[in-house]
Design a protein around this ligand. Structure first.
Ligand SMILES: *Cc1c(COP(=O)(O)O)cnc(C)c1O
Length: 450
């Protein structure tokens, strides 16, 4: 894309209340420095709330918050509190810990509801993401007669593909016949939503489930979730979303969009720590239905009679009915510290900064391209409505070498074969200086080779 059109798109798309459009025009002329941009950033102080890995005594340029979010400073205290309460109270901690373990998962519901645009009763923190996808498909993928196909995006995250294919086989169905994958456009590398909707319409008599990633892990594309949800519902299918790369990254309105179910992990943009407990959303229309197939466990049973240990399962009339086991407190505690920050800032302000910071990254990459002549291409869609904060960059031939140079020089990014570097400037803790430095290092990497 020529520089002129990048600048034009910046002007038309950046409707900023925080920063003026002008800054982007001034970047090339160096009239506004990244330091000044950071000074104008109302969220700048949140960077101090996070612990950065160090490289030669300085924080790394961390661009992999889409893979594992950084540790909030408050995490240690949350975990230590549970260790202390366990040490001092033993089993009594279930009811007497400062945050009692019995209802521990409930401490997350309000924040998760805000992040997903759901009612608190529609969300629950439990298990791992892939586990939750399976548990939800037990309830929401119920092939019947001709209606047995699942539609998803082509090249979905491997775990999602394995989950979908194994669910089909579990029902005695051949994945080759019953899994419809809408492939990304070979030219652009991302999904054409018209093609998704057309595929839904064409298969409307045979479609049981539409299950897709809200934000694609590879391209960074944010799908038009309400449009696809609507198309799926009109076709008579159940619609579920994998929000691994969407939650904490883009604003969501699951309830309003009529989404049936969703699941996410908590260690990417939510900064819950490695293997953190995941989450699930189930629209309230399914709550309290005793005849809905579900894999059941005691933690999904009515709270009042749980410890009377009755024989028959009586579901809690909320998303909690899908819980099996009692809360893994130690793998949940870190998330409390992170969600406090999300609650303080709110998704509106985060999204506002994400748009600017990512646009700044796009412009920085354009500068790298124009100054070095390298064949660099952003495959993430440019319109704001089609992306979160991740940009995926294709650098043919030289990509791996540049990536290795960046790694050796204190930049943590993510490499995907054959030639893609994924970069996610996260608005809670990345700043404009990080992005600027990245651009400078890329230019050096390219020039040193030629
Ligand atoms: C990160 C990610 C996963 C990871 O699954 P886990 O069960 O948390 O290990 C699955 N699906 C998608 C789309 C992801 O981005």
């Amino acid at each position: 894309m020529p520089a002129a059109s990048v600048r034009f798109s910046l002007r038309t798309r950046c409707q900023s209340r925080l920063l003026t459009d002008k800054i982007f025009f001034d970047l090339d002329t160096k009239q506004i420095t990244p330091q000044e941009l950071d000074q104008q950033d109302p969220l700048a102080s949140y960077r101090e709330q996070f612990l950065f890995p160090q490289h030669q005594g300085a924080p790394v340029g961390y661009f992999t918050g889409n893979s594992l979010g950084l540790q909030p400073r408050g995490v240690r205290q949350e975990v230590l509190r549970e260790l202390d309460d366990w040490a001092q109270q033993g089993v009594e901690g279930h009811t007497r810990a400062r945050k009692p373990w019995l209802p521990y998962h409930e401490f997350f519901s309000a924040s998760l509801a805000r992040l997903t645009g759901a009612k608190a009763a529609e969300v629950v923190l439990m298990n791992g993401l892939t586990v939750n996808l399976h548990l939800l498909m037990v309830s929401f993928y119920r092939p019947q007669g001709k209606r047995r196909k699942i539609l998803c995006e082509g090249k979905a995250f491997p775990s999602d593909q394995y989950a979908l294919r194994s669910q089909l086989r579990f029902h005695g169905l051949d994945p080759e016949e019953n899994l419809l994958e809408v492939m990304p456009d070979p030219e652009t590398g991302y999904l054409d939503e018209d093609a998704v909707v057309a595929a839904i319409d064409q298969n409307q008599d045979e479609l049981a489930l539409v299950m897709m990633g809200g934000v694609n892990y590879y391209s960074g594309q944010w799908l038009d979730m309400p449009r696809i949800t609507d198309a799926g519902k009109r076709a008579g299918a159940v619609v579920g979303w994998d929000l691994a790369h969407a939650i904490g990254n883009v604003p969501l309105k699951l309830h309003e969009w009529g989404v049936d179910f969703a699941a996410w992990c908590s260690y990417k943009y939510l900064n819950g720590g490695p293997g953190a407990t995941a989450g699930a959303y189930i629209h309230e229309r399914y709550h309290g239905q005793e005849d809905l197939p579900r894999f059941e466990g005691w933690w999904g049973h009515d709270k009042d009679s749980r410890f009377a240990m009755p024989d028959r399962f009586q579901p809690i009339p909320t998303a909690e009915a899908w819980q099996l086991s009692n809360a893994p407190v130690l793998s949940m505690a870190p998330l409390l510290a992170s969600l406090r920050l999300f609650d303080e800032v709110g998704m509106d302000a985060l999204r506002q900064k994400a748009l600017h910071l990512t646009q700044y990254l796009a412009q920085t990459l354009e500068t790298v391209r124009s100054q070095t002549g390298i064949a660099l291409r952003i495959i993430t869609p440019q319109p704001e409505s089609q992306r979160g904060c991740q940009l995926s960059v294709v650098i043919p031939e030289q990509g791996r070498r540049i990536f290795d140079y960046l790694t050796a020089h204190g930049v943590v990014a993510d490499w995907r074969e054959p030639d893609v570097i994924r970069l996610a400037p996260v608005p809670l803790y990345n700043n404009y200086q990080d992005v600027h430095d990245l651009g400078q290092k890329m230019i050096k990497a390219i020039k040193e080779n030629s």
